[in-house]
Design a protein around this ligand. Structure first.
Ligand SMILES: Nc1nc2c(ncn2[C@@H]2O[C@H](COP(=O)(O)OP(=O)(O)OP(=O)(O)O)[C@@H](O)[C@H]2O)c(=O)[nH]1
Ligand SMILES: [Mg+2]
Length: 244
């Protein structure tokens, strides 16, 4: 029976953000930083601040997240951006529906706290793809980069994308497998000062992400193996893991 929940943090050059993110993890939530070829000392900073660090040399958000899932050991896993845009203190609230057996996947719906948190083009691209998902019966408004689910069930879904199509493919596969998807609002802040935007900071970056996602949406997914994950009554709620 787990007494902690692993938090997978995909990381490409987030040295300036990591200390704050790692310090903000609630008790019972264990950081697992997946370094994706950083050149700014991110893995050393992560280790110094108490995180377990694994390396994924193949570039790509999906590659980093998948490697983190394989390395994680807890029954439940959280995935969270390492750039300081989310408050890790939100995790217990997001984990609660899964630990209580009311959801198979909790996905955060980003609510920007300031105008600079989420550039208009990134927001528009995201909204476009999310609308495409809803038309396919997936009840979400965001392609969430913050999520909680069961590790084994997520691996069984077989998400294959290793780039920015990963969150979208995950949602499509989860819905196809009959998962109960719960979307909860989460505050979304500008990435930490001193870190460099890699995706949505530029129209070009957004266009690349939307292109990856549109390809996944067009291709669709084959039904995943198995149905919804079996609720496991033995899963412990991590200390501090109760909903607040
Ligand atoms: N862009 C990018 N991010 C990666 C990669 N591997 C891991 N990451 C991490 O994935 C998370 C999300 O990437 P971000 O660059 O924050 O993407 P975003 O939040 O959509 O957009 P911005 O923060 O505006 O750049 C961050 O923690 C990154 O450090 C990769 O190959 N490319
Ligand atoms: Mg970001």
């Amino acid at each position: 029976m787990d007494t902690w929940i692993d938090v997978v943090l995909p990381c490409l050059d987030e040295a300036a953000a990591l200390p704050g993110v790692l310090a903000g993890l609630p008790p019972g939530y264990r950081a697992l930083v997946v370094d994706n070829g950083s050149t700014d000392g991110s893995p050393e900073v992560a280790a110094r601040h108490g995180a377990r660090v694994v390396h994924e040399p193949r570039r790509g958000y999906g590659a980093a997240v998948h490697t983190g899932l394989l390395a994680a050991e807890s029954e439940l896993v959280c995935v969270l951006d390492a750039d300081g845009s989310f408050d890790p203190a939100e995790l217990p609230r997001l984990a609660a529906p899964v630990t209580r057996g009311r959801a198979d996947l909790v996905a955060g719906r980003r609510r920007p706290v300031s105008v600079t948190a989420w550039p208009w083009h990134a927001r528009a691209g995201n909204a476009l793809i999310a609308a495409g998902l809803r038309r396919r019966g997936v009840p979400v408004h965001d392609l969430s980069p913050i999520r909680v689910t069961r590790r084994a069930a997520l691996l069984e879904l077989g998400v294959a994308d290793r780039a920015f199509g990963y969150p979208l493919e995950l949602l499509l596969r989860a819905a196809t497998a009959g998962w109960r998807i719960v979307e909860l609002d989460v505050p979304y802040a500008p990435r930490a000062a001193g870190t460099r935007s890699k995706v949505s900071g530029s129209v070009r970056g957004t266009a690349r992400a939307v292109r990856d996602m549109a390809a996944v949406l067009r291709a669709g997914v084959r039904p995943a193996t198995g149905g919804p994950p079996e609720p496991d009554p033995a899963v412990a709620v991590a200390p501090g893991g109760e909903a607040r």
